[in-house]
Ligand binder design. Structure first.
Ligand SMILES: CSC[C@H]1O[C@H](OP(=O)(O)O)[C@H](O)[C@@H]1O
Length: 346
């Protein structure tokens, strides 16, 4: 299932808000449609929104009506700013836009039409590199999974959250491709149910045994010794190895630590932000309270209730057993070992 397709000179986004019931693509010819799709999580997942934003900038470039390079660049920066503002936590979004702008600004090309072609090349490169990174991550990560491994995951860090194959679910896929019997416990992941709607769907599609649990069941499942390890994705990892990921991840990490179960994070280098020294500096997106008080348009809580709805939390590096990257499996001390594989973002 391709969440992101560039076809016939426009971007097609699988509307993930309609899964698992309906597979419907959003046809984007305007960068504002891409921005709106990222905001409402029609396309979501750190690497996926980075790739979508890169293609969104390509669409924006086509909408700038000038042949003057300076004016073109000024308007392109403004469009990039609108795309960057859609979601604050996943660093891949900013990383992809910065990479696109860097490619344009370091090009000596004066012909705006040729610049547009260079931008499309760069967006394709971002997309293709993400799939390759996921496969390399899977190759390294599957070494951590013995035959018969029972893996708990939270949210969706699969093909739908990336350009394809997945980060956490890429490790699961790679283990299966090696002939290992691996099964998955998927946290439903309130409030938007990425686990129930997306991870469970991906695993069922692939014939990988998956058991859906509510978020509150993870602890008891571990206490019953039914989990061999936890693997999650990430939206931003700081230089010291702190991890921002979907809300609820921190609780799963604390439980895993209490039950002495390995807690792994699978993420490409594009998710590691070396400009931030710790997780305290990560901007955490807060979303519409209606995501918590309503489900399928039905009120689940009384009017007047207060709501707190952070979309992410931060797991301290002390609870992270290892970080699975396309450069290999990174163990503590993270500050030292991440610096060895990452170039500073800035
Ligand atoms: C492979 S990154 C997936 C990451 O992104 C998700 O957040 P959202 O669904 O809000 O975009 C979640 O944190 C996943 O772990």
């Amino acid at each position: 299932m391709d969440a992101i397709i560039w076809e016939n000179d426009h971007l097609r986004l699988l509307d993930q808000t309609k899964l698992p019931g309906t597979m419907e693509y959003i046809e984007c010819y305007d960068y504002r449609k891409v921005a709106e799709s990222i905001k409402r999580l029609a396309v979501r997942g750190a690497p996926a929104i980075g790739a979508a934003a890169a293609y969104g900038l390509v669409l924006g470039a086509k909408q700038i009506n000038t042949t003057d390079r300076k004016e073109f660049l000024e308007k392109l920066e403004a469009i990039a700013g609108e795309l960057r503002a859609t979601r604050p936590t996943a660093v891949n979004l900013a990383w992809a836009l910065d990479r696109m702008l860097m490619r344009v600004n370091t090009s000596s090309e004066q012909d705006v039409e040729k610049i547009r072609r260079v931008m499309l090349e760069e967006a394709h490169a971002i997309y293709q590199e993400d799939v390759q990174s996921n496969r390399k991550m899977g190759e390294f990560g599957q070494e951590l999974l013995p035959n018969g491994a029972r893996v708990l995951t939270h949210c969706n860090a699969g093909a739908l959250a990336t350009a394809g194959y997945g980060t956490a679910l890429g490790v699961i896929r790679a283990a299966k491709e090696k002939g290992k019997e691996v099964s998955v416990f998927a946290d439903e992941t309130r409030p938007l149910l990425q686990g129930a709607r997306l991870t469970a769907w991906e695993m069922v599609q692939e014939g990988i045994p998956v058991t859906l649990i509510t978020d509150g069941m993870a602890g008891y499942l571990m206490a019953k010794k039914k989990v061999d390890c936890v693997i999650v994705g990430a939206d931003r990892i700081t230089a010291n190895g702190d991890v921002a990921n979907k809300i609820g991840t921190y609780g799963v990490a604390v439980l895993a630590n209490y039950h002495k179960i390995p807690f792994y994070v699978a993420a490409p280098l594009s998710t590691i932000d070396m400009t931030l020294s710790s997780g305290e500096e990560i901007p955490i997106e807060e979303r519409d309270p209606k995501e918590v008080t309503h489900h399928a348009g039905q009120a689940m809580a009384p009017d007047g209730v207060q709501v707190w709805n952070p979309a992410f939390d931060v797991t301290p590096n002390s609870l992270v057993t290892a970080i699975i990257t396309e450069m290999g499996i990174i163990y503590p001390p993270y500050t030292e070992n991440l610096a060895k594989i990452c170039k500073p973002n800035k």
